[in-house]
Design a binder for this molecule. Sequence first.
Ligand SMILES: Nc1ncnc2c1ncn2[C@@H]1O[C@H](COP(=O)(O)OP(=O)(O)OP(=O)(O)O)[C@@H](O)[C@H]1O
Ligand SMILES: [Mg+2]
Length: 295
Amino acid sequence: MTKIEMFTGKGGVGKTTMSVAAALHYAQSGRTLLISTDPSGSLGEIFGRKLDQKVVRVADNLDAVELTRKLVLKLWREKFADEIYTVLSAFLPVGREILDYIEGAPGIDEEFMLDYLLTMAQSGDYQTIVWDTAPTVTTLNLLFVQQLFYSHLTQAQKVYLKVKSVFSSVDPLTLINEWLDLTARIIEMLRTATRAWVVANPEPLPVAQALDIATALAGFEIGVNGFILNKLLPLELCEPHPFWRAKYDAQQDCRKILAQAAGKRPVKEIPELLGNMKIDGFLSEVAQLLCPSVV
Ligand SMILES: Nc1ncnc2c1ncn2[C@@H]1O[C@H](COP(=O)(O)OP(=O)(O)OP(=O)(O)O)[C@@H](O)[C@H]1O
Ligand SMILES: [Mg+2]
């Protein structure tokens, strides 16, 4: 199965930068898909193309797509709306407007993003999928919703079995079982094919959050490759200036805390660069710094 490499971390720490750099690198050795599940993602700006409508070829061997809420809900409608209506209308006297209501419910887009990831992973089209995630809370929510959905479906199945005799024309149980199976496959994909890099900046809050994320991912049984400590200031530049020297020392304290807490997991270090997100230059420099550890 396609390998999924996930980049996660607090807002603004460099997830997208690392994702693009890693994707460019993977694309040198096989077909690669870069997916962003950040609703305010910036992949489109980096590649200078609209990526929020469909998968677009952005470089040799490299496709990219931004899963905005709008795109996700459109795809969700196409794939699941009829099935959901069939199940609900078997239980309740509802019209198709119920789908508008469900579409607005929290968690639907999160739920479907993972289904999309699974579809792409199973398509066999890609050797690697690089997954640029939204900042911490949203991403953990996404994983949590998946588990919640699984337990809700299990309940729905039990309820249905109790009232089964009342219905005769449709068989929602088959659909519920299919969803249950799909959800189980998504959880399986997260546990077996997905590995995470947790990105942090050398500051107390991003480091603390990175460690929390690593613990949460372990709780979901998602493998953590290691940490990326991004935007470290170089000593030679800081030394002559008291302000920058103090900043450097503070960064080094955070660096030690992360290294200690990371234990055996690697911490990949990336310096603060003169970057403007251009693919030639900054991003290929980051790619070289990340490799071969990421790859
Ligand atoms: N090593 C670096 N040196 C200099 N600038 C960097 C470096 N890494 C990232 N940046 C810059 O920092 C900013 C934030 O990076 P990026 O967008 O990758 O973070 P993010 O974690 O994806 O943010 P968000 O949570 O908003 O999606 C960008 O302007 C990027 O160009
Ligand atoms: Mg980003």
